[in-house]
Design a protein around this ligand. Sequence first.
Ligand code: MN
Length: 490
Amino acid sequence: MSRVKVLDTTLRDGEQTPGVSLTVEQKLIIAAALDNLGVDIIEAGTAIASEGDFNAIKEISKAGLKAEICSFGRIKKEDIDAAADAGADSIFMVAPSSEIHMNSKFPGKSREDVIELSVQAVEYAKERGLIVEFGAEDASRADLGFVIELFRAAEDAKADRLTFADTVGVLIPEETENIMRELVREFKIPIAIHCHDDFGLATANTIYAIKGGAREFHATINGIGERAGNAALEEAVVTLEFHYGFKTGIIKENIYDTAKLVEKLTRIVIPKHKPIVGEYAFTHESGIHTSAIIKDSSTYEPITPEMVGRKRQLVLGKHAGKASVQEIMNRLGYKADKEQMKEILTRVKEIGDKGKRVTDADVKTIIETVLQIKREKKVKLEDLSIVSGMNIMPTASVKLKINGNEKIEAAIGLGPVDAAINAIKKAVAEFGDIRLVSYHVDAITGGTDALVDVIVQLEKGDRIVTARGARTDIIMASVEAMLEGLNMLI
Ligand code: MN
């Protein structure tokens, strides 16, 4: 089966997501992660757009990555010069192709003029040593005959690839496939597709484009991008490989870490139920599901979480069954008789019925209460003080009692919660590498005096536990959650 190329535009179209702005350093970090992920082309920004974008492309081009580094640009000399001066390998250069776009971008100019400007731009970019990916912007609302004419001129001017851009996301899959078949018949150079998700069809259209003969697609991590976003790289790659047997260069095991990195740096939170990378994509709650999953994961999972660099999670709630509680009992090394088991299950469901998420630490407390196990907590908080303010780096000092021994540590952080967590992490460093996988805060009531509910996920080796802290003081709630989790792991 043919190899399909991936152009990742997280750093260009993705950065055009409302509210997203990345620094040069952040772009470098993401570019390195994309290279590790195995994308073929990194569209790193628009060299002409700003000094920051220019510098980012320049730094990324110098970073010695395997991927081709690309700058976005218009069919204008200054855009091409900026891309070449920044040291990019290639330019993704777009010409308006629909009447709406031609009229707004080149008022008074005819179709012939746009073709002429495109030819000049492609020739000039080639002179400047750039690989040219020539795109027809808003092609899905343009006259296809004209798009073909435009592409013909670009191919004759020695463009290297041609991109059909569904700029406003109005394509449907069958139409996409037909258009691609026609373009592939017409041209010798590779055809690429660029899709947007305005109707939730970006991934489907991308797949159908490849089915129709396109050999490159544009996508972003987590599907971020203008308006409703672009095609999500992780969805397109997994679908193409799993359902259609196409090959990409993507190392799928690196997908999740890359997704979380992009989430963190762009601050665009991944929806919980998002395919492949959402928190719940490999999480199971209902009792019937979890008991089957424990026996054979394929009963309720089409692909394994490990395939995309993740771990399965079983969550307890009002649907909890015996099997999931038994699983936690086994993990903790406890045994219960039939009556105790029934009681544990009833109490777990009670929390779930209140609409609360049942954490591992909640279950542990319930189990120990029912089994009447009195266990000294290994890690106890003896003292905590925080200094935070306007011209000061937030600093926390903690006094913990760990297995009876006193331990005092101090740390700084980006905020008081971060400082407190850092100090605790330092204090328990001797117990090995414990990683805070996620941190989630909910205000249960409305005001500034609200009870806040903090849920943390901690990881040690291949174990992940969840724990909760609920207080009116967000720092104390965070510390409480952290200590609950630590007591389960240590
Ligand atoms: Mn776009």
